[in-house]
Ligand binder design. Structure first.
Ligand code: 5RP
Length: 221
């Protein structure tokens, strides 16, 4: 049984105010987004279509009767509603705790704005200090990528299982955290074998932070 989380529910439900009739939107992944999906199905405006960022979200969307599309069926998305594992006050994010970071980033880059649904405890000064940064790697390259990360100072752990794309995830913690997230994102993208990394820089425009009493704080980038 899924335990109700009022803080996540408050954030997820609040995101419905960002959605207008006829929009085509990205549907993120995770337990906070799950509340948004429920609210969209129950009370959403008419004619909304959504591109899911994971197989889990696609399955849930189908169960709820949402109108779903694949990324190649649409040029742009009006917005995407997605969760985060960490966010800075400037709205740089760590994502991928649920393993969906690659599709989440593809969908975020298709979107005119990313609306983050989260809780205040996820706000940090520095990314990847307490939460390990998820890095999706093609299986052939796990050893070499792991060594490149270790040489840069990361403490790396291989996550069990495979992503929706058949890749694996390395969870990488940097003692002291990431000082320059933009530069680190560029470096990570340059490593051969890295399919995608969980640093989301300059993508989020709004964060909705829910509290257990149902109140929501809105942060803007
Ligand atoms: C999945 C993600 C999730 O959005 C992130 O892990 C937050 O999840 P939750 O809302 O369950 O805390 O990035 O890849």
């Amino acid at each position: 049984m899924v335990v109700d989380d009022p803080a996540k529910r408050a954030a997820g439900v609040a995101a419905l105010d960002e959605v207008r009739a006829g929009m085509t939107i990205g549907l993120g992944t995770g337990s906070t987004v799950a509340y948004f999906l429920d609210a969209l199905a129950a009370d959403g405006p008419s004619g909304v279509r959504g591109v899911p960022t994971s197989e889990a979200t696609r399955r849930r969307g189908e169960e709820l009767g949402l109108d779903l599309l694949a990324p190649d069926e649409v040029d742009r998305l009006d917005l995407v509603v997605d969760g985060a594992d960490e966010l800075t006050p400037a709205l740089d994010l760590t994502k991928g705790g649920g393993g969906a970071l690659l599709r989440e980033k593809v969908v975020a880059e298709m979107s005119d704005g990313m609306v983050v649904v989260a809780t205040p405890d996820k706000v940090v000064d520095r990314l990847a200090e307490s939460f390990a940064l998820p890095i999706e790697v093609v299986p052939f390259a796990v050893g070499p990528v792991r060594r490149r990360l270790a040489a840069r100072g990361y403490v790396v752990q291989l996550r069990d299982g495979h992503t929706d794309n058949g890749n694996v995830i390395l969870d990488a913690r940097l003692p002291g955290g990431i000082e320059q997230p933009g530069e680190e994102a560029t470096w990570l993208s340059s490593v051969a074998g890295v399919a995608e990394h969980g640093l989301f820089i300059d993508l989020a425009v709004v964060a909705l932070l829910g509290r257990p009493d149902g109140t929501v704080t809105r942060l803007e980038a």
